[in-house]
Ligand binder design. Sequence first.
Ligand SMILES: [Zn+2]
Length: 198
Amino acid sequence: MTQVLNRNVLVLNKHWMAIHVCSVKRAVTLLYQDLARVVTDDYEVIDFNSWRDMSRFADGDVIHTPSYPLLVPEVILLRRCNKLPKHYVKFNRRNIYQRDNFTCQYCGSVLPRYELTIDHVVPRSRGGRSTWANVVLACIQCNAIKGDQLPSECSMHIIRKPREPHWSMLMYRPLLEEEHTLWRKFIDVAYWNVTLEE
Ligand SMILES: [Zn+2]
């Protein structure tokens, strides 16, 4: 049950653009509050009450509320854009690798994960912190050359100024890892339409 509640649901904005991924739990809350509707395989848009009625007869994974079973939605459509849950990108290794696209930010080499390291632009030994704005991917060679220096001290240049990535830059990969066939109908659209910062 808990596992099902934490499963991912694709969230579309009112223009049918995939903009977010949320948990089943969150999706059901949005549906219940009538802030979102379920999107079916046939692109039908169903409100909470109809979905609850459909859930009695349909096959599929259900969650059990105290009074009725409820089919697990795969895709929901928000009724208003401004009701988006706030999203931020987790600061973790996986997302740093994705943000920098497996590319050494000093020499531009595109390398497999194990040949890249996470470099602190201002070294930790000099007070540099682990934040989006202070870490970049560096190949082992560049990392060794740079050592405990600032880029300017060893004439190295950062290809792209590090910053917190927009979540939409990172959403494509998790979507592909999911085996939701319904999602795929919206993924290409999402990939081409998401607004990237800058
Ligand atoms: Zn390099």
